[in-house]
Design a protein around this ligand. Structure first.
Ligand SMILES: Cc1cc2nc3c(=O)[nH]c(=O)nc-3n(C[C@H](O)[C@H](O)[C@H](O)COP(=O)(O)O)c2cc1C
Ligand SMILES: Nc1ncnc2c1ncn2[C@@H]1O[C@H](COP(=O)(O)OP(=O)(O)OP(=O)(O)O)[C@@H](O)[C@H]1O
Length: 308
């Protein structure tokens, strides 16, 4: 899949595509439905299926303090969209100047002049341009003028509830991992690089691989039974996502104690798949108490894995 980072990198040969636009955070089953329609249309018109996303996501620019925690980083979106068959990912650098473009500028300069779109597929709730004044009917009118078609996708629902990134974040917050899995079409996971921690875990008898949470916040926290996918293999383990109050940690991080594992994986990218939540993170009054609890967590996690 071709990745175009920044609209200044769109070339003349990128002209002509079938496009959809959105955040695509999580790349859930609703998104997959849109992408399926995108690919079918691109095949019919003999051009590339392309997705336009924004980085940072608009809310992260407009209200960084209250923007929700991401389900997927750009890197995750890239691989998930590629797997669905998207051939071009246009990642717009979403800064103030871009956000200030009027709806017609967005259509005429970007969609028509630079991208030469043949067909646009969007949800009918899609809003764009300065003050979010652009909408489906404006796009329809522009399509007639500039010769591109616009279609909307029917909402993909589960038990009468529209799947959305927000819905998935809410379910994660309530530890409804099974519902999350049904909406994502896969179990929820965090992918990241293993970095050097304080090396305290080893002394406690529970060495942990520390995974950097790039955007510093995770949509979930607590202690989980996990499956860990490394480049070579897959393992089970027990993980904590939190700020480690017992040792006065500040930043939220993900730490995994992998069972029967003794390899050096510093610097490697691993995927930590959440299988079951065991408990919330607690502030213990001593490291001894913390160690006892981690030992119990491990036993509980091993029992869970055995029943799989
Ligand atoms: C399964 C598991 C559960 C944990 N639970 C907690 C907890 O409830 N409270 C807490 O402060 N830290 C918790 N931790 C984090 C430990 O404080 C941390 O692993 C330890 O300080 C070693 O980390 P370091 O080597 O990065 O310093 C947990 C870690 C693991 C692996
Ligand atoms: N369940 C769904 N069924 C059909 N289309 C969807 C569904 N969810 C999202 N889409 C469409 O996919 C595109 C990208 O969606 P986007 O990521 O912006 O929204 P979302 O998943 O609803 O997230 P949020 O909860 O933040 O609104 C949009 O065109 C949107 O309308």
């Amino acid at each position: 899949m071709q990745l175009i980072r920044g609209i200044h990198n769109i070339q003349a040969e990128d002209h002509g595509c079938v496009l959809t636009i959105g955040n695509f955070d999580g790349v859930h089953l609703g998104h997959a439905r849109v992408i399926k329609a995108l690919i079918a249309k691109a095949k019919a018109l003999n051009c590339k299926p392309a997705v336009m996303i924004f980085e940072p996501q608009p809310q992260e620019l407009f209200s960084p303090e209250t923007a929700p925690a991401r389900l997927t980083r750009l890197r995750d979106k890239y691989f998930l969209l590629k797997k669905l068959g998207v051939e071009r990912l246009i990642c717009v650098n979403f800064h103030r100047e871009f956000a200030n473009k009027s709806a017609s500028e967005f259509i005429e300069l970007l969609l028509v002049k630079q991208l030469g779109i043949k067909h646009l597929i969007i949800g009918d709730d899609f809003r764009f341009g300065k003050n979010r004044l652009g909408n489906f009917s404006l796009l329809k009118q522009a399509g007639e003028k500039f010769d591109f078609a616009v279609s909307d996708t029917a909402s993909f629902k589960l038990e009468n509830c529209r799947i959305s990134s927000t819905q998935i974040r809410n379910a994660l917050e309530q530890n409804q991992l099974a519902d999350v899995e049904r909406m994502l079409g896969r179990a929820y996971s965090i992918i990241g690089r293993v970095f050097h921690g304080d090396k305290r875990g080893r002394k406690l008898g529970f060495p942990t691989a520390n995974v950097l949470l790039k955007r510093r916040v995770s949509p979930i926290s607590g202690v989980f039974v996990v499956k860990v996918n490394t480049i070579k293999d897959c393992f089970y383990g027990v993980a904590n996502i939190g700020s480690r109050p017992t040792v006065s940690g500040i930043r939220q991080q993900l730490e995994v104690h992998i069972f029967n594992f003794n390899e050096d994986i510093y610097g490697q990218t691993i995927e930590v798949v959440m299988l079951n939540k065991l408990r919330n993170e607690i502030k213990f009054s001593s490291l001894d108490e913390l160690t006892k609890q981690i030992s119990q967590d491990s036993e509980q996690a091993k029992a869970f894995v055995q029943d799989l």
